[in-house]
Design a binder for this molecule. Structure first.
Ligand code: NCD
Length: 307
C-alpha cells in the first residue's frame, strides 16, 4: 500500500506516467467516469480549504466514487481530544482512501503509519503540499510543454508557504532550472532549501524587488502571505501587501511568461491581471482535479472501468 506524503514519493518516471494519465482523463473523461465505482474517499480537513478539499471531492465524484469527511477540526472528534492515529484507524473502516490536511507538520505521516488505507497529505502546516505540487507540475508541463529549461521566480511568503517548499523540492530533479526567490527579508526561503540547492549546484538568486527580475522569468509563482502562520498581527499587516502584481509589472515580463498561484489570492495579484493570457492560475485549479483523479486511481491501483 502506498501513501503520498511528499512530492518525492514518486520518481520522475512515475510522475510522467501520472501526468500522462491526467492528460488522458482530461481528453477522455467518459472513459474514467465509473473507474472508482463502489470506492469511498474520506477528506479529513483539520484546517480551512476550498480548492484542495473540493477538488479531491470533485475528482472522486468524477471517477464514479463517493465521498465522506469533515471540513474543520471543530466538527470532528479532534475537538473531543481524539488523536489522528485513532481517527485514521476508524476512517480505515469507513473509506478506501483518505486525503488529510492538518495544521501540524507531520500529522498526515503519523496517520499513514497507523492507516489501513492510502493516505494523501493535503497540506501539513508550513511543511509540504504534494498534491498542489503535482497540480503545478502538470500545469507547467501542459502549458509550457516541458519540465525543465526555465527560470522560475517564486514570489511572496517563501518562509511559510508550503506549496513553495514542495514545488522547489520537486523541481530540483529536472534539468536546467534557475530559481529566483523574491521576498521581503523576513519571509525568505528557509535555509534547508538554499542548502539543498547549493549542494546540487543549482543556480538561484534572492531578491527583494520583483520589477528587477521580471524580464528574465519564464514562470512566476505568486503566493499569498500566510496569515495563519504569523505569531503577531502587526508583522502580517506590515508584510501582506508587499507585492502586488499588476498590469504595469506584467508589461516588463516576457510575452510567454506564465503566472501561477496556488490560490487563494488576497491582494498579491490585481484582478486586472486575470484577463492577461499569461495568467494561468484558474487553469491551474482545473488541472488540480485531473491530477487528483490520476492520483486516486494510481494509489487505489485501479484501471478505467469498461463501459
Ligand atoms: C495553498 C495551501 O493551502 O497551502 N492553497 C491550496 O491548497 N491551493 C496556498 C495558500 O493557502 O496560500
Amino acid at each position: 500500500m502506498r501513501h503520498l506524503m511528499s512530492p518525492l514519493d514518486f520518481s520522475t518516471e512515475e510522475l510522467d506516467l501520472l501526468f500522462g494519465l491526467a492528460e488522458d482523463i482530461r481528453k477522455n473523461p467518459a472513459k474514467y467516469a465509473h473507474a472508482c465505482h463502489g470506492k469511498i474517499l474520506a477528506t479529513c480537513f483539520y484546517e480551512p480549504s476550498t480548492r484542495t478539499r473540493l477538488s479531491f471531492e470533485s475528482a472522486m465524484i468524477r471517477l464514479g466514487g463517493q465521498i465522506i469527511g469533515f471540513a474543520d477540526a471543530a466538527s470532528s472528534s479532534a475537538s473531543k481530544g481524539e488523536s489522528v492515529s485513532d481517527t485514521i484507524r476508524i476512517i480505515s473502516c469507513y473509506a478506501d482512501i483518505c486525503a488529510m490536511r492538518h495544521p501540524k507538520e507531520g500529522a498526515p505521516m503519523v496517520a499513514a503509519e497507523k492507516s489501513l488505507i492510502p493516505v494523501i497529505n493535503a497540506g501539513d502546516g508550513g511543511h509540504q503540499h504534494p498534491t498542489q505540487t503535482l497540480t503545478d507540475l502538470l500545469t507547467i508541463h501542459s502549458l509550457k510543454g516541458r519540465l525543465g529549461g526555465f527560470t522560475i521566480g517564486l514570489c511572496g511568503d517563501l518562509k511559510f508557504g508550503r506549496t513553495v517548499h514542495s514545488l522547489i523540492k520537486a523541481l530540483v530533479r529536472y534539468h536546467d532550472i534557475k530559481f529566483v526567490f523574491i521576498s521581503p527579508e523576513e519571509l525568505r526561503v528557509p535555509d534547508y532549501i538554499t542548502d539543498l540547492l547549493k549542494s546540487r549546484n543549482i543556480p538561484y538568486e534572492e531578491v527583494i524587488r520583483l520589477e528587477r527580475v521580471m524580464p528574465q522569468l519564464d514562470l512566476l509563482y505568486m503566493t499569498r502571505v500566510q496569515k495563519e502562520r504569523f505569531f503577531n498581527e502587526e508583522d502580517y499587516v506590515r508584510l501582506k501587501d508587499f507585492y502586488i502584481l499588476n498590469a504595469d509589472k506584467m508589461a516588463l515580463a516576457k510575452k510567454d511568461m506564465l503566472v501561477l498561484h496556488p490560490l487563494p489570492r488576497v491582494n498579491e495579484i490585481s484582478v486586472e491581471v486575470d484577463e492577461d493570457p499569461r495568467a494561468a492560475y484558474f487553469r491551474q485549479a482545473q488541472y488540480g482535479v485531473y491530477v487528483r483523479m490520476a492520483l486516486i486511481l494510481t494509489l487505489l491501483e485501479l484501471e478505467p472501468a469498461c463501459e
